[in-house]
Design a protein around this ligand. Structure first.
Ligand code: ADP
Ligand code: MG
Length: 448
């Protein structure tokens, strides 16, 4: 088992800047505690640093070296200091090891709170998480570009930041640009007005090894910015440099996004993040509570997770409000307090409707069979209800396109997108369609 660690260490050494390997990985003492591989580090500072920056990579390498189900634990070497002093000691120790060895600094622009370590993985975000890890481990090679899309507050910004931190930890000399498309736009306009386009292009093309662009949907409809982004993209892509883009919509669904950009986004991997499942929501609450040292009873965690389904930001927000209530009222976090807090916050309307419910009602309305609705026949009397059903599902359930395609008999996601678009645009003009959709929604208890 310890041999496994030796091999892992060797392959890590091949991948990392030498001084960081010497500073962070070399001092680790490995031993076995039963089945658990224990890695001992000199102090708390080193432990935190390893946890935040290298643990995922270590795990991954272990897996790659054949230790797929090795349990891993980071421990302090005995009698290590566990206070703020430790950081100082560590830095001094490093400084005496060699003039070049400094702890890498956080990359400006990245949010220090968002790393892989505190991202909870579940079925809803598994693909996006795996792709993000791969992009961080083999930048520019495996998934380029990586396009992460999902609704508000589901962890897109968290994941891109995690990629940035992981890349930076591996090689602090890598030039990582993390910014929102809004900032890119403003920067562009600014440089254009002040005739500093050379500077702009140097910054985003020549001096950039990794581009992490958040909320790309912002450049929709801004032709000049899109033009500039297009050339930026090409320059980076041709240089095998990693591009990660997030969006609240699927590329083809972003209105007024130039076709050539859409097609480039489709070159790489499109990974979506869905609203988290119950278990993931509970896990997120627990992780957050642990990090903030909040005593959160299981019962309350489950109850919150059951009531707030759509969005992780809201889930976190509610937990924070709950903690605030508890501390101002000097009460413990209990079910009673949770109910009071959530009542004040007016819980979001949650629907437990399924795709199948919608299909059923649409079928009744148009007098077609479920089998036909999910079948392949294309005559209008069937394809039209099918498109309406897809549209209503997407609109109310926010089901992903690929999943909807599945539920409609294994259709391609592009078929679903086209259907939703068509119905949406018809709805502006076609009053009989309007009333059909209204009736169906009313039957489903959706219309207000
Ligand atoms: P988005 O960019 O998709 O709108 P964010 O990345 O800003 O969402 O996430 C909103 C909040 O939820 C952040 O505080 C983030 O840390 C948290 N969050 C989202 N998904 C997860 C997850 N899987 N594990 C832990 N925290 C998460
Ligand atoms: Mg975001």
């Amino acid at each position: 088992m310890l041999e496994l660690w030796e091999n892992t260490l060797k392959s890590l050494q091949d991948q990392m800047a030498a001084q960081h390997f010497e500073a962070w990985l070399r001092p680790i003492r490995a031993s076995m505690d039963g089945e658990v591989l224990v890695l001992r580090v000199p102090n708390k500072f080193a432990k935190d640093w390893l946890t935040n920056n290298y643990l995922e990579m270590i795990r991954d390498k272990l897996r790659g070296t054949g230790g797929s189900d090795v349990a891993l634990r980071l421990d302090l070497e005995s009698a290590a200091q566990d206070d703020g002093q430790a950081a100082l000691v560590a830095t001094e120790a490093l400084a005496t090891q060699g003039a070049h060895v400094e702890p890498p600094r956080p990359t400006p622009g990245l949010n220090p709170k968002y790393n892989f370590q505190n991202f909870v993985v579940g079925p809803s975000n598994q693909l996006a998480h795996a792709a993000a890890l791969a992009a961080a481990q083999m930048p520019g090679r495996k998934y380029n570009p990586l396009f992460i899309y999902g609704g508000v507050g589901l962890g897109k910004t968290h994941l891109v930041n995690a990629i940035g931190h992981a890349l930076h930890a591996r090689d602090p000399n890598q030039r990582i640009l993390y910014l929102s498309a809004e900032r890119f736009t403003n920067d562009f306009i600014d440089c254009l007005q002040n005739k500093r386009m050379d500077e702009f292009r140097a910054r985003y093309r020549r001096q950039c090894d990794v581009l992490l662009m958040d909320d790309i949907q912002f450049i929709a409809g801004r032709d000049q910015t899109q033009e500039e982004f297009f050339h930026t993209f090409n320059a980076l892509y041709d240089g095998f440099r990693q591009i990660v883009v997030t969006s609240d919509k699927y590329p083809q669904e972003i209105p007024d996004l130039q076709e050539r950009l859409v097609s480039r986004f489709l070159w790489g991997l499109i990974a979506d993040i869905q609203a988290p499942e119950m278990e993931t929501r509970v896990a997120i609450l627990r992780k957050k509570a642990l990090a903030e040292q909040i005593a959160l009873p299981d019962e309350v965690a489950f109850w919150l997770a059951e009531n707030i389904k759509s969005n992780v930001r809201e889930l976190e927000g509610t937990l924070i409000r709950l903690v605030a209530q508890a501390s101002t009222q000097k009460r413990d976090i209990t079910m009673d307090l949770a109910r009071e807090t959530l009542r004040i916050a007016a819980p979001t309307h949650v629907t437990s409707l399924s795709v199948e419910d919608i299909q059923r009602v649409v079928c009744t309305y148009y007098n077609v069979k479920i089998k036909e609705l999910t079948g392949d026949r294309r005559n209008r009397s069937i394809s039209f209800p099918r498109q309406v059903a897809m549209f209503i599902c997407r609109n109310h359930l926010k089901t992903s396109y690929p999943e909807l395609g599945q539920k409609f008999g294994g259709k391609d996601h592009s078929t679903v997108i086209a259907a939703c678009r068509k119905i949406e645009s018809l709805l502006h003009t076609d009053s009989s369609l309007q009333s059909a959709v209204e009736t169906i929604e009313r039957k489903l208890g959706l219309a207000s």
